[in-house]
Ligand binder design. Sequence first.
Ligand code: ZN
Ligand code: ZN
Ligand code: ZN
Ligand code: ZN
Ligand code: ZN
Ligand code: ZN
Ligand code: ZN
Length: 377
Amino acid sequence: MRRRYCAAFCTMLAACVVYAQGIFLCPKCGYENERTALTCTHCQATIPAPKQQPEKKPASDSGTTFQKSGKLMFLSGAVAEKEIEQARKLMSETNDADVVRMLLRNAKALDLLTDPAIENQRLKTIQALKKQCDAVVPTSLIKCPVCDGSGKTMMKVVNMKGEISFIEVAGRPCPKCLGKGEVSRRAPADERKARQGPALKRFKELQEGRKYIDAGSGAWIPAELDQKLTARQTALVRRAVASDCPLCLGSGLGDCSMCSGVGQVKCPHPKCHRGMVEVFTDKLIVDAKIVRTENCKVCDTKGAVSCRQCEGKGATVCSKCGGTGDRTDCTKCGGRGVVSCKKCGGSGSAGEAVCPDCAGDGNILCTGCNGDGKAAK
Ligand SMILES: [Zn+2]
Ligand SMILES: [Zn+2]
Ligand SMILES: [Zn+2]
Ligand SMILES: [Zn+2]
Ligand SMILES: [Zn+2]
Ligand SMILES: [Zn+2]
Ligand SMILES: [Zn+2]
């Protein structure tokens, strides 16, 4: 036990300045800065130059380690890897992108608890899987805007009395929906919102089944870490899984009111019918006058044209977040999720003893955002 503490303590000293992939955590305030920064963006403290990988540091994962106080030092990288593996498995077995996305976020949260000095490919793998998720665009069916759901192409017939009637043109279905009467469109926010609840439930059941516990804000950690995270670590995981912009649910995209997400609208030519324009003729067929048609030049016989409002994308930029997909930062902590402990002024110690308020961490969870760093929804 004694040896374990000693080794753990040495690692802790070495990790006072934590350099991660492209970012580093300010040793004074914990703010995430660019690796190239010379001073902390948040507290202006001077940032020491990154040290070369110390030789004493374990080159490989030595499992989960704890500080003398009993709080977590570093989580074993294997735990974060398991989370990624779970996401990969679910993606290939069910294609449940909603839950996979939650797992990937959680993997990112767990990864933040691991020793950043140990090289790994986890973030790269997470990003690759996230890309796969994003390729699964949630869609739903909507009544075809060209044929209004009939799926048919009708032909106008005028009889001898001048009465107008329509007959179906056999073998020529609506050019937009090809006779189905429905078209696929990007699912609007309210539909995606409705799916979010059941997806969260599936995610929760999965994590509970793995004996994980809720670490707040939707972060799940192995049961062995219960009560073992410092305020800063709690904020790290909560920030990593913080919920998205409530309007667009993180996509950064808003619903297009003009095309309802289809990306196309009915051809604006007033006489265009399913891509054909009426041309009158006197030619008699039996006892009725039939209306001859020719190709519509506006829509090129497609019956629909690209939506002007969204330029055919089926979505606009989210009006709430301006396209970032994020909620705005908590004003109380500036997005850090923690604030400096008032009792010890951030030093973590009270005289010779460990500060009782922050348990030596120097930080306490921000009460404004409860650690996720985001403003209230
Ligand atoms: Zn700082
Ligand atoms: Zn149609
Ligand atoms: Zn549109
Ligand atoms: Zn047309
Ligand atoms: Zn948004
Ligand atoms: Zn304190
Ligand atoms: Zn806050």
